[in-house]
Design a protein around this ligand. Structure first.
Ligand SMILES: *[C@@H]1O[C@H](CO)[C@@H](O)[C@H](O)[C@H]1NC(C)=O
Ligand SMILES: *[C@@H]1O[C@H](CO)[C@@H](O)[C@H](O)[C@H]1NC(C)=O
Ligand SMILES: *[C@@H]1O[C@H](CO)[C@@H](O)[C@H](O)[C@H]1NC(C)=O
Length: 613
């Protein structure tokens, strides 16, 4: 493609009584012709827009759409001149630059009247961009020397500063709701620019379903559009761009979504209406702790597979049912509904359990389900701990935060073969090998087991027995193996738990440190009870593993071993004074992860502060 290449843009527009037709032709570098031809039913008054032939212009209208086709080696400036008491909003809805160009050679630079750069759009920038400034602004487009099809569509309007033409948009929080365009189901106003932010509880994703969309039809959604962003702001990735007459179902990847509605000067229809609801990110349930309450959202298909309906579930206090059935949500108060408060070390924790109230006298083959939720509040941080049990078998290992610490059993001290069976059947007095693994591709982090304690109660409300506390071994079978980058290993003897209780759960706290930090908690080992070991960079997480159960062939040996062992273990804990019958042990590992990580993105991995009341 030499200098003689004739770069052409053809924009043909015609209308039929019932159909609106767009023909958009592109002359790519190889010289062949692509025709993009769309017929859409239209009630629209046609928008006849000439393609801008000039390289730049001075624009004085209060609003104007502009479509720009550009050849190679251009430097064109469009100056939008507006009085100083007005605000100008400029919306790009199509940005097709040469995709192979370097941004330093080809870009769109938007500046205000004082030549302050408001933004630079590069060849890989998203189609939709919005700029707003007091007074006028200028759009300077540079193209590089390659032949390419370049096409921009932009629209600006200006309005007296401080009086937005249409008041709309807003911030919404909660587990469900509805949003719609201004005047819906009436016609939406012209010059609407609305931004909605939806925030659902932590550890959820948002399902957005548009029951109706009816805004100006255009194959490229240039004129009026709804842009949906997968995150808390319009700089998040674009999830979808919607226009025309349609419906849509979208799902975000996280607990926030941003919607932008932009309409121009003509052709307004009914706008849109959308319902949203929060769903757990995992396929079971989610927990979010705030300063006022815990919010649990349960995946409907999880419940359905187990054969339960939402109205069969209650909190510990059976008079507290779900607060919503679509989505299935429980709002758990800290001070009611059977929530148990516990103060330990420097943290206050609140625990409640969602379970099914089985009808009396009915024979059921359904699994007994429990969803155990704990919010730990420590200073300004919160820790969400949640796991589910079905017939007392822990169903999943969950880590609701970005530091995902997994805990797994291994068959031997070589730590080569993980135990995959569940439940994990063990023999009396068998040594259990556990490894805490940080699932994070960061070679600079070490893991340290701070505390582990056992309980016969999966909610840890009963008395507990320490294996290790603040780095100090409390059980004489507890053994630490050398830890490496990203993992910590330890072992303990199973029999003490198995011979005393039907089910024994284990809760562990793990500290994560920067391996370069010699003064970190990981290098301090055993810390005496009254010393505060962690600073403000403390960070927490949790994981669940298990269960372990006693092998059937060893159950008969229990009663024999009890009498000889009782004396030796009585000193450890009053737990061992209790019953003898043994069925199973589940191990629950909750790890508390603390972080000395200040040199590397400390903020990104922290907990959200608890709102103060
Ligand atoms: C804005 O300024 C122009 C002069 O530049 C003036 O004519 C107009 O009345 C002003 N508008 C408002 C709303 O103050
Ligand atoms: C945009 O392109 C022009 C012309 O090539 C260049 O001078 C300018 O530095 C570019 N801007 C950016 C931010 O790369
Ligand atoms: C908690 O936050 C408040 C204000 O944001 C701050 O003054 C206080 O020092 C914080 N406390 C801790 C323990 O970080």
């Amino acid at each position: 493609m030499g200098k003689g290449y004739q770069h052409t843009h053809i924009y043909i527009y015609f209308s039929l009584p019932i159909f609106k037709a767009y023909t958009f032709s592109i002359m790519p570098p190889l010289g062949w012709l692509t025709i993009f031809f769309v017929l859409v039913p239209s009630l629209a008054q046609e928008k006849v827009l000439p393609i801008e032939e000039q390289c730049g212009a001075v624009l004085t209208d209060p609003f104007k759409p502009l479509q720009i086709g550009l050849a190679a080696d251009k430097d064109c400036t469009w100056n939008i001149e507006r009085p100083a008491n007005e605000t100008t909003r400029l919306v790009f809805s199509v940005l097709n630059l040469n995709p192979n160009a370097d941004c330093s050679q080809e870009n769109v630079t938007v500046t205000d009247e004082n030549l302050q750069v408001l933004g630079v759009l590069c060849p890989n920038s998203p189609n939709i961009s919005v700029f707003e400034t007091v007074g006028g602004l200028s759009v300077r487009v540079f193209t590089d020397s390659s032949t390419s099809d370049r096409y921009l569509y932009m629209f600006y309007n200006s309005f007296p500063t401080g009086s937005e033409p249409v008041s709309c948009g807003g911030d919404m929080r909660g587990i469900s709701g509805t949003i719609s365009s201004p005047n819906y189901p009436g016609r939406h106003p012209d010059f609407a620019f609305c931004v909605w932010h939806l925030d659902a509880p932590k550890n959820t994703k948002i399902q957005l379903s548009f029951s109706e969309i009816f805004i100006e039809i255009d194959p490229l959604c240039r004129f009026d559009f709804i842009a949906v962003y997968d995150g808390p702001s319009t700089s998040a990735p674009l999830l979808d761009l919607l226009c025309g007459r349609t419906t849509a179902e979208l799902e975000t990847s996280s607990n926030s979504v941003t919607l932008m509605l932009s309409t121009d000067y003509a052709n307004s229809y009914f706008g849109f209406s959308a319902n949203y609801k929060a769903l757990p990110k995992s396929n079971t349930s989610s927990l979010s702790c705030s300063g006022n309450e815990m919010t649990v959202i349960i995946n409907p298909s999880y419940l359905e597979n187990l054969g339960y309906t939402a109205d069969e579930l209650t909190l510990t206090d059976a008079s507290c049912g779900p607060s919503s059935s679509n989505p299935i949500a429980f709002v758990v108060p800290y001070q009611a509904c059977g929530t148990v408060r516990k103060v330990e070390d420097h943290t206050i924790s609140y625990t409640n359990t969602i379970s099914a109230s089985l009808a009396k006298g009915l024979i059921t083959r359904r699994k007994q389900i429990q969803i155990i939720v704990t919010c730990e509040l420590d200073g300004n941080t919160t820790l969400e701990i949640m796991y589910t049990t079905e017939d007392d078998i822990i169903q999943e290992q969950r880590d609701t935060d970005r530091f995902d610490v997994g805990l797994s059993f291994f068959t031997s001290e070589t730590f080569v073969t993980p135990v995959v069976q569940s439940p994990y059947y063990v023999d009396l007095n068998q040594t259990l090998f556990l490894q805490a693994t940080l699932h994070l591709p960061d070679s600079q982090l070490t893991v340290f087991t701070d505390s582990c304690f056992a309980s016969s109660d999966p909610k840890f409300q009963a008395s507990t027995y320490d294996l290790i506390r603040q780095g100090c071994a409390k059980d004489n079978t507890y053994h630490t193996f050398p830890s490496g980058i990203g993992f910590a290993r330890f072992s303990f003897n199973a029999f003490k738990f198995l011979r005393t209780h039907n089910s024994v759960y284990l809760k562990c706290r793990v500290v994560i440190c920067d391996s370069d930090d010699e003064a970190s908690r990981c290098n301090q080992g055993c810390i005496s009870r009254h010393r505060r070991d962690l600073g403000s960079s403390k960070w927490k997480s949790n994981a669940v593993v298990g269960p372990i159960r006693l092998s059937h062939h060893t159950q008969g040996e229990i009663s024999e071993s009890i009498s000889e062992k009782d004396g030796s273990i009585a000193g450890h804990s009053s737990l061992y004074l209790f019953g003898v019958l043994v069925l199973a042990a589940n191990v629950l590992l909750l790890s508390l992860v603390a972080l000395r990580y200040s040199r590397k993105q400390p903020a990104a991995y922290r907990y959200h502060p608890v709102p103060t009341q």
